[in-house]
Design a protein. Structure first.
Length: 366
């Protein structure tokens, strides 16, 4: 009799434990590590550190987890498909058999037919301007974002700017959208400034028209200086035809390792961030973590996130970009003030705090 009661107790506890699991859409683990994937990786890692037994990442059985995702997650492989098919078919059918299962999605996509989920929409850049993305990419997200939103219990986004954009465009209730700020993954003081390093200005980002590299290069060529502009980004396709690239003061580094990126942040005179549109804008925060001054576009989201820690310019005005860069180049005292403000600002954002906010939201509201 006692054995039967003990077995029944064990079974009930086991079922309760299974129903309390938090599942994360881990498809990002099979994708190259970039901004959105790093966001998903860091939040998944810090959520796992809160309660590793409770957090399970679901991944496609036929896909390989990339080596750059070095953390030892609780991983469950499932399904026979990969990519979007896995996300829209295999993933939801697995979850439909799990009583009270909750799914977190961090990468702008989620299974439409499974409704007990949280979806993350980082920003609406794909809706904002049709010239910034390919037709296929834009067509997919233009049609699927409303479905992701409609079938989710809650929505995560990167800033109050993005939250207001979502409310305005899709008529969503404010209390269903949670702002989960990003953070820097760079460890402070890992590198010491190399005084023998050549002097350079830094740009981080691809050549998407949204990143506004063309206007930066035009502004830079008007500055009378021997200092280099180092551009870190995968491609420069949309500006390759411009004569302004035939300049020995401009250096393209393509993709770089994390260590080299941190070295560049540490030794750059400044980071220039001229984007037309962002949902958060992470490179300035990474630069600040390394003691690098930042000059950036005067767009609303950057003012929300960074306030007076950076110097702003009009991203559409070449002279405004040029004058702001020149001002910081010529004023060592100003750079020192900017570095101090930047380091102070980095204290506001951490992956740990964001993960705790998510965990508490799930525990108390879902």
């Amino acid at each position: 009799m006692n054995q039967c009661i003990g077995l029944l107790y064990f079974t009930i506890i086991n079922l309760m434990t299974m129903s309390n699991k938090i599942y994360i859409n881990g498809r990002f683990l099979t994708q190259k590590l970039s901004g959105v994937q790093r966001h998903a990786f860091e939040l998944s890692k810090h959520l796992s550190e809160i309660d590793k037994n409770k957090i399970i990442l679901l991944v496609p059985s036929k896909s390989v987890i990339r080596k750059e995702y070095y953390y030892k997650f609780n991983i469950l492989s499932l399904g026979i498909n990969t990519g979007h098919l896995w996300e829209q078919i295999d993933l939801p059918f697995f979850l439909l058999n799990k009583k009270k299962a909750i799914l977190i999605n961090f990468t702008n996509s989620s299974p439409v037919i499974f409704k007990n989920k949280i979806s993350t929409i980082h920003d609406l850049s794909v809706i904002e301007n049709k010239d910034w993305f390919s037709f296929t990419y834009r067509f997919f997200y233009k049609n699927f974002i409303p479905l992701f939103l409609k079938t989710s219990k809650r929505i995560f986004t990167d800033s109050y700017f993005s939250k207001n954009q979502l409310i305005k465009r899709y008529k969503l209730k404010s209390d269903l959208i949670d702002v989960i700020y990003c953070a820097s993954s760079i460890k402070k003081n890992k590198f010491i400034k190399d005084e023998k390093s050549e002097k350079f200005i830094l740009f981080i980002g691809g050549s998407s028209k949204r990143k506004n590299l063309k206007n930066l290069v035009k502004a830079f060529t008007l500055i009378d200086t021997k200092i280099k502009l180092k551009i870190v980004g995968k491609s420069t396709d949309n500006i390759n035809s411009d004569y302004i690239l035939d300049n020995d003061r401009i250096e393209f580094l393509d993709s770089v390792s994390n260590d080299l990126l941190e070295y560049l942040y540490t030794n750059a005179i400044m980071l220039v961030f001229p984007s037309f549109y962002e949902g958060f804008g992470l490179p300035p925060l990474e630069a600040m973590s390394c003691g690098c001054p930042v000059v950036a576009s005067n767009i609303p989201v950057l003012k929300e996130v960074y306030d007076d820690a950076i110097l702003y310019f009009d991203p559409y005005n070449i002279d405004s970009i040029k004058d702001t860069i020149a001002k910081v180049l010529c004023d060592k005292k100003l750079r020192k003030i900017m570095i101090e403000k930047g380091l102070e600002k980095t204290e506001k954002y951490s992956w740990e705090n964001s993960a705790n906010k998510i965990f508490n939201l799930i525990t108390n509201k879902i």
